[in-house]
Design a protein around this ligand. Structure first.
Ligand code: NAD
Length: 487
């Protein structure tokens, strides 16, 4: 079995701890490889390497940094099939989604490569004569990237590519369920010609490797994607570092009485059971008008019961496994909570026997807005159906949660659609489409407990990984005092 290493200062080495952990295929429970159980000493060495590499990398002209990313983009395209299969084997999502995960990284790499020739600041007139005002973008320094397992290639790419094009150097800690996807992505960057020390990768536990990254004073910024609970800790411990948090969601689809029900059905199935519900943007709530509820639930039942659950590498599989045994237990615990709260199980609610971490697609009806299954992120294939009888009520239900990531409304009425866009409290709103499907050139992130107001993707991803410097150039040759020397 291959024992994978960590990357520090351009060298793949063993951890200082001398220990390893395993990554497991969630569909077969086969061990994919062994990985270094990194520790604080490894992180410190990685930070030193990133500090050393910073001067040179940040001084490369940004278009040249972009060229390295263009090369990485070509290599990712070359390796899409191989990496897509790896995503499915290590994380579990079905192969078309595994390929989509890699495509998202390809798209982000292309977008950020192009940013090498933009990284725009702005100019504006001065209030004084013979004076020039502008802003420029500058790198932050050494940045710490901490990622979850559910988009094991895409999310690291959403962080690495903007961080690199802005001229930062990186210490990257991937989730322990998907270390191989992260290693393969970083190897692509190496092959693309990234100088040594610019990206350093340390695998290992969040409580040790992650903690050192978050608290080490040499790290200037943290970009964290993961659960709300850990995100709150990260924010506290990072003190005054710049922190970007992308946390959980409890996203809803509103289906009004005028909706195209076939279209809405496709949206609910894709949003609820795509990636086995393990997306931060998964549609875990369906908020449906009572006039069409029964008809829609019959349609939903018929389609859900024929969904094929299995190994994502098999051609006909529609719903893959959950990421690990703990996730199955969590989903099952929430099924019990839902039943205890008085919700009705329309379909599913059981573990699937045999090898692998499978759970039936699960639908609860008779759900009240304040039940735990309607409020808390389950991160599995569990959909809670809540009945409403007006748009106002639907929007109230949508907003009744602590999270605020994604939302969707199905209606043919443009007035209702715009009212929903205006009133729903979320970072993303889709009209006549499901809650999932972000594109890399638009901002991504949420409101309320989904984060701390930062956005990734598009130009906002550049803002996350750069500092704005304001520059005044006075070419008058005399002292000009702002606010004072005005006529
Ligand atoms: P998690 O919070 O358990 O772990 C995320 C990362 O943080 C992992 O790499 C983990 O090792 C690390 N970590 C754990 N403890 C740490 C600590 N004390 N200090 C520093 N790092 C630590 O989350 P997960 O289970 O990997 O991912 C699922 C969660 O991620 C869900 O809540 C999901 O909604 C969220 N998510 C959010 C987005 C988004 O963009 N908003 C995207 C994907 C996933």
């Amino acid at each position: 079995m291959e024992v994978h290493k960590i990357l520090i200062d351009g060298k793949w080495i063993k951890s200082d701890s001398g220990e390893t952990f395993e990554s497991v295929n969630p569909a077969t429970e086969e061990v994919i490889g062994k990985f270094q159980q990194g520790n604080g000493e490894d992180v410190k060495a990685a930070i030193d390497a990133a500090e050393d590499a910073f001067e040179k990398w940040s001084s490369y002209p940004a278009p040249r940094r972009g060229e390295v990313l263009f090369k990485a983009y070509q290599l990712l395209k070359r390796d899409k099939e191989r990496l897509g299969k790896l995503v499915t084997s290590e994380m579990g999502k079905v192969l078309p989604e595994g390929l989509g995960d890699v495509q998202e990284a390809i798209d982000m790499t292309a977008y950020m490569a192009g940013e090498g020739r933009r990284l725009f600041g702005h100019t504006t007139p001065s209030e004084l004569p013979d004076k020039f005002c502008m802003t420029i973008r500058q790198p932050l320094g050494v940045v710490g990237l901490i990622s979850p397992w559910n988009f094991p290639v895409a999310i690291p790419a959403w962080k690495l590519m903007p961080a690199l094009v802005c001229g930062n150097t990186v210490v990257f800690k991937p989730a322990s369920d998907t270390p191989l996807c992260a290693i393969e992505l970083v190897k692509i960057l190496e092959e693309a010609g990234l100088p040594k020390g610019v990206v350093n990768l340390v695998t290992g536990p969040g409580s040790i490797v992650g903690e050192e990254i978050v608290t080490n004073p040499k790290i200037r910024a943290i970009s964290f994607t993961g659960s709300r609970e850990v995100g709150i800790e990260v924010r506290k411990k990072a003190e005054l570092k710049k922190v970007g948090l992308e946390l959980g969601g409890k996203n809803g689809i509103i289906i009004m009485d005028d909706a195209d029900l076939d279209l809405a059905l496709d949206g609910v199935l894709w949003g609820g059971f795509g990636t086995t519900g393990q997306r931060c943007t998964a549609a875990s709530r369906v908020i449906i008008h009572k006039k069409i509820k029964n008809k829609f639930l019959d349609m939903l039942f018929e389609r859900t019961k024929i969904l094929k659950v299995g190994d994502g590498l098999k051609k006909d599989t529609e719903v893959g496994p959950l990421v690990n045994k703990k996730a199955v237990e969590k989903v099952d615990k929430y099924t019990q909570i839902g039943l205890d709260e008085g919700a009705k199980l329309l379909y599913g609610g059981r573990k699937v026997g045999g090898k692998g971490f499978f759970y039936q697609p699960t639908i609860f009806t008779n759900v009240d807005v304040d039940m735990r299954i309607a409020q808390e992120e389950i991160f599995g294939p569990t959909v809670s159906v809540i009945e409403i009888d007006s748009l106002d009520e639907a929007i109230n239900v949508m907003n009744s949660i602590n999270y605020g990531l994604s939302s969707s409304i199905y209606t043919q009425d443009v007035n209702r659609a715009f009212k929903a866009i205006e009133k729903i409290e979320s970072g993303l709103t889709y009209v006549n489409a499901s809650t999932i499907g972000s594109e890399v050139h638009l901002p991504f992130g949420g409101v309320k407990d989904t984060g701390n107001g930062t956005r990734e993707g598009g130009i906002e991803g550049i803002h996350e990984f750069s500092e704005t410097k304001t520059v005044y150039v006075d070419y008058s040759g005399v002292l000009q005092r702002a606010q004072i020397d005005i006529e």
